[in-house]
Design a protein around this ligand. Structure first.
Ligand SMILES: Nc1ncnc2c1ncn2[C@@H]1O[C@H](COP(=O)(O)OP(=O)(O)O)[C@@H](O)[C@H]1O
Ligand SMILES: [Mg+2]
Length: 250
């Protein structure tokens, strides 16, 4: 499994939302870290082919994803940033609807829905309306739909947005368990979402990839004259501040 982006660029008018982005993703969890407007969603929308790129290539196992078309979409799971959709549906109804959109064969759908409901611990509430769910449960429904069809590539755009710390930690644990044997890209502006689970962290700023390294490497990558913001030891937040130069707002 290899998802390879080379010089991928996306413009909105004069603005480059993503500038010549190059990186190769293999099995593992990648944290895409950056402030609002850094280009995280743009990167994910390009990989999911929700927006057209202005330049560069995106290849999965050596073939451009535009050429792969549906066969790439079939191995892709996507948890979008926006929420509040389909509130009137039940968890099961919502998943059935998305399973059909995802071209999962009808006879396989009931079993597949049960599988993803169990993965996200929602089996007991499958007949309840999404509007009655807590924020954490709603995010788990979105995670469940991303897992339909057992995707090799999982794209999670700010999965913990709007969650309280307890729910955030819970969702993070689900993601970590689901991530095995997949390529997982997780966008966030919250360092603690990915610090413990990402094998590699990509720092994005104003559409540019500033740095890509393991959390450990990032911690030791700071120049000797950089001082921690508080106390005498560095945290990953200090690294974020050094490279991205703004407050990661918790
Ligand atoms: N549909 C769009 N039209 C115009 N500009 C956009 C659009 N989507 C994103 N942008 C701009 O592209 C930049 C990157 O946005 P985005 O990828 O959403 O960042 P992030 O997800 O990191 O917050 C921002 O400056 C944003 O305003
Ligand atoms: Mg975004």
């Amino acid at each position: 499994m290899e998802l390879k982006l080379e010089n991928v660029t996306k413009r909105y008018g004069q603005k480059e939302a993503l500038s010549a982005f190059s990186h190769t993703f293999r099995e593992g969890i990648y944290g895409i870290l950056g402030a609002n407007g850094a280009g995280k969603s743009t990167l994910m929308n390009l990989i999911t082919d929700n927006v057209k790129r202005d330049g560069g290539s995106i290849e999965y196992n050596g073939t451009d994803i535009l050429k792969l078309g549906d066969s790439f979409r079939d191995i892709l799971g996507y948890m979008p940033q926006q929420q509040g959709l389909y509130e009137g549906m039940t968890a099961e109804g919502f998943l059935a609807y998305l399973a059909r959109l995802k071209r999962i064969p009808g006879r396989k759908i009931p079993r597949e829905i049960t599988r993803v409901l169990r993965l996200t611990n929602l089996a007991d509430v499958r007949h309840d309306k999404i509007s009655s769910f807590s924020g954490g449960m709603k995010q788990r429904v979105l995670l469940a739909q991303a897992m339909l069809g057992d995707p090799q590539v999982l794209i999670l755009d700010e999965p913990t947005a709007g969650l309280d710390p307890k729910e955030r930690v819970r969702l993070r644990n689900y993601i970590f368990e689901l991530a095995q044997n997949r390529i997982v890209l997780l966008a966030t502006h919250i360092v603690s979402d990915i610090e413990a689970i990402a094998g590699e962290i990509l720092l994005l700023k104003q559409g540019k990839l500033i740095k890509a390294a393991s959390p450990k490497e990032l911690m030791t990558s700071l120049p000797a004259d950089v001082k921690p913001l508080m106390g005498s030891y560095f945290t990953l937040e200090d690294v974020y501040l050094h490279y991205l130069g703004e407050d990661p707002d918790e």
